[in-house]
Design a protein around this ligand. Structure first.
Ligand code: NAD
Length: 254
């Protein structure tokens, strides 16, 4: 199936490793021009090398702290100067700290809002005008199954991720007339460095696979394949959805 990505430019946030990198690699291997960002140029250079080896186009890498609006603003300005428009935006960032309600004060919640919600919102605000103008766009937010079903010990994630899903659903309604689609993807347990650290510190974590119908954690490539489809021309009638890519572990019917 030709996904129609060869003439598309994609900005993938938080993409020097983990889920963001796996999405960037998958989009590049389908021929898209890929732009990556993270806080550290060293990690970005490694990621860029991997991506450049895959597709016909050279990947572009930008240093950006997604928790900082000034950094986001200058990155978006530099990206738009070089590329004029973005066809595909994948919002993503590092996960917030784990803990329960009384572990955090108001400032911790505000920080988590800036990290998760404000970064996605700001990127959408910057790249939406170009999508509107051309009458095409794909916006995909990477959140978590915590957006759908609270995960024990992840109060910050549980509180804020669902807000992003609400934003995406609202934008799907408002911007559908421009043929811009907005979809939210909710990873379950996926084998990135973050998950490896959780397993290293707590080997019992592996027991969690018992509650997953597919009885295993996801490979990052399995997650990226779904995002790549959503980013493609073939997903033209799919908008306003929240998809759990979780091996079936979220226990809701819809
Ligand atoms: P990861 O830690 O492997 O990768 C995170 C990426 O974000 C890295 O490239 C890192 O450099 C970048 N990053 C972190 N903070 C940043 C900042 N302030 N500015 C710019 N870049 C920043 O994490 P992951 O497993 O790829 O997870 C990505 C997102 O998906 C996280 O929000 C995580 O909570 C969520 N998630 C992951 C899983 C999983 O099992 N892996 C499950 C559910 C949700």
């Amino acid at each position: 199936m030709d996904l129609g990505l060869k003439n598309k430019t994609a900005f993938v946030a938080a993409s020097s490793e983990g889920l963001g990198l796996s999405v960037a690699l998958a989009l590049a291997s389908e021929g898209a021009q890929v732009i990556i960002c993270a806080r550290n140029m060293e990690g970005l250079q490694e990621a860029k090398q991997q991506i450049d080896g895959l597709g016909p186009k050279q990947c572009s890498a930008f240093v950006c702290d997604l928790s900082n609006i000034a950094s986001l603003r200058s990155t978006c300005q530099a990206v738009l100067k070089e590329f004029k428009k973005i066809d595909i935006l994948v919002t993503n960032t590092g996960g917030p700290p784990s803990g329960s309600f009384e572990d955090f004060d108001l400032l911790d919640f505000q920080k988590a809002y800036d990290q998760l919600f404000a970064s996605a919102l700001f990127l959408i605000q910057q790249f939406l005008p170009g999508m509107k103008k051309q009458g095409f766009g794909r916006v995909i937010s990477i959140t978590s199954i915590a957006a759908k079903q609270p995960v024990k010990g992840l109060i910050l994630s549980n509180s804020i991720r669902s807000g992003i899903a609400g934003l995406m659903k609202s934008l799907a309604n408002e911007y559908g007339k421009y043929q811009i689609t907005f979809n939210n993807v909710m990873p379950g347990y996926t084998k990135t460095k973050r998950l490896a650290q959780l397993i290293d510190t707590n080997p019992d974590f592996l027991e969690k696979t018992k509650d997953i119908p597919l009885k295993r954690f996801a490979e990052p490539e399995e997650f990226a394949a779904v995002v790549t489809f959503l980013a493609s021309e073939k997903a033209s009638y799919l908008t306003g959805s929240s998809l759990a890519i979780d091996g079936g572990c979220t226990q809701t019917i819809f």
